[in-house]
Design a protein around this ligand. Structure first.
Ligand code: HEM
Length: 139
């Protein structure tokens, strides 16, 4: 029951975090362009005020619950080395932790990423992570 609860929270938080990136890339940036100038920036900021109260915490929740689940799923490395599933999970966890660290530095230390600044980068990572989360069971 504990594992199922953590797993469900992981999915919901990933949904909120990934959902925002999706909406931002597909709609908000376009809204800002259509409105243009000061009005565009003002409208975006009116939304971002609320986003900042939710989305970073969703990211921390995804990473935190992922870390809790990790040892259950990863298990032990056998004598023949890691299985394909373990390798894919490790890579997925690395990408997820990178996102988490990036978000943490931004939220807590106000350090903006100097590499891959746009939301396209985390969005691409989230899509990759979701695909890896599924294919790790069949590789
Ligand atoms: C933004 C980052 C992340 C996203 C979007 C994400 C997304 C997902 C998704 C969609 C699943 C599949 C769940 C299912 O099919 O039922 C999953 C499973 C899993 N994730 Fe993450 N994850 C992220 C970060 C992490 C991190 C950082 C770790 C570990 C350190 C992690 C560990 C796991 C594990 C162990 C599972 C397998 C759970 C299971 O199927 O029982 N995740 N994740």
């Amino acid at each position: 029951m504990f594992y199922t609860t953590i797993h469900t929270i992981h999915l919901l938080a990933a949904f909120i975090y990934g959902g925002f990136l999706f909406v931002d890339i597909l709609f908000l940036t376009k809204m800002q362009k259509s409105l243009g100038g000061e009005k565009g920036a003002e409208c975006r900021e009116a939304i971002m005020v609320h986003v900042r109260k939710v989305v970073p915490y969703a990211l921390f929740t995804v990473v935190g619950t992922g870390i809790i689940m990790f040892p259950h799923i990863f298990g032990k490395v056998g004598e023949d080395g890691m299985t394909n599933m373990q390798m894919v999970l490790l890579f997925k966890a690395f990408l997820g932790l990178w996102l988490g660290l990036r978000g943490f530095m931004q939220k807590v230390f106000k350090i903006n990423p100097w590499l891959f600044k746009s939301h396209y980068f985390p969005f691409t990572l989230v899509v990759t992570i979701i695909i890896l989360s599924q294919i790790m069971w069949v590789v």
